[in-house]
Write a protein that binds this ligand. Structure first.
Ligand SMILES: Cc1ncc(COP(=O)(O)O)c(C=O)c1O
Length: 314
């Protein structure tokens, strides 16, 4: 037990919550997609100080009905056409509820065997579904921003002679500036990861794209050569990020040609397939993404098109 509620009270509140969720999804089309509120309005209707005493759950759920539900942007609305549709689903909602009940930390096998083995197995299903070879290991992060951060940290770690993991980057004049290459259409999460990792935004080379918004391989080659040519004062290429499904236009970078270049240059290839990667479960669409299997790391967001609730990034 969670210890905070008598079991019967919790059970009744869960039933009521189930009704709230099902009612919401049944009626979501009746709301305007954008709530009729102005900035600050919801915040002002909440107490400025934390409550000193707990309230009956019915009152809390009434607050949800009155203040929260009508005042979100309704991503589940049939008329919601912004960004990419999120693909919540009935089974996805049930999975979230069950996981909240279990409330385990799956950091180690011992901390929850079933959660760890389920994660590993389902990530391997995803690997098979998007036709990646068996060498790929998968794990779950919250968002693609975290996934790309982790992938680029691995790329940095592969520059083994720099020993960044042990020694860090600061105060080490012997460490050259590291560079990361991505198209001018790549998602801002790549810049953010490079800021966090100590690469620095100025060392993210935004490579030009062609008329179809795909990264230009000759321009990439030139950028790498330019960075390498500066001799001892030169930069050290750390990773190339190819995007499969850019956020603005779903353009697909030429991954195979980029992989060839990365192999020749000994540079880590990260594929940001956060958006379009889910589409690779359809063989006819997978065929539009040749070379995915050559990535050193790849991110796919099941919370975009694979029926899971936000957030789930593999
Ligand atoms: C290509 C691409 N990469 C990364 C992201 C970031 O995804 P997340 O919101 O999961 O961090 C997005 C999502 O908008 C995207 O379209």
């Amino acid at each position: 037990m969670t210890g905070d509620l008598p079991p019967d009270e919790l059970r009744a509140a869960l039933h009521r919550t189930a009704d709230l969720i099902a009612d919401y999804l049944e009626r979501v089309g009746e709301y305007p997609v954008l709530p009729p509120v102005s900035p600050g309005e919801v915040g002002r209707s909440l107490p400025a100080a934390p409550p000193l005493a707990g309230e009956p759950l019915d009152l809390v759920l009434d607050d949800y009905r009155r203040l929260i539900e009508p005042n979100v942007t309704h991503w589940n609305h049939p008329g919601f056409l912004a960004y990419f549709a999120i693909s919540g689903s009935g089974p996805g909602i049930l999975g979230e509820a069950l996981a909240a009940g279990l409330n385990v930390n799956a950091m180690l096998w011992r901390t929850s065997p079933a959660a760890v083995e389920l994660e590993e197995r389902v990530c391997d299903w995803l690997r098979q579904m998007i036709d990646l070879p068996p060498g790929f290991h998968g794990h779950i992060n919250d968002t693609a921003s975290s996934s790309s951060l982790v992938a680029l940290a691995a790329a940095r770690h592969r520059l083994a002679d720099l020993e960044v993991r042990a020694k860090g980057l600061a105060g080490r004049p012997e460490v050259p500036p590291l560079t990361v290459y991505a198209s001018d259409q790549a998602h801002s999460s790549i810049d953010k990861a490079c800021i966090v990792l100590g690469v620095g935004q100025e060392n993210v080379r935004r490579v030009e794209t062609d008329g179809d918004f795909r990264l230009s391989v000759p321009a990439l080659e030139e950028a790498i050569a330019r960075d390498r040519s500066a001799g001892a004062a030169g930069k050290r290429p750390m990773a190339v990020v190819a995007t499969v499904g850019t956020t603005s236009t779903t353009s697909i970078d030429p991954v195979e040609a980029i992989a060839d270049l990365c192999a020749r240059e000994g540079i880590w290839l990260h594929v940001d397939a956060a958006y379009a990667g889910s589409a690779a479960v359809c063989p006819e669409l997978r065929a539009l993404m040749p070379g995915l299997e050559r990535a050193d790391s790849i991110v796919v967001n099941p919370h975009k098109w694979l029926g899971t609730a936000c957030d789930l990034s593999a």
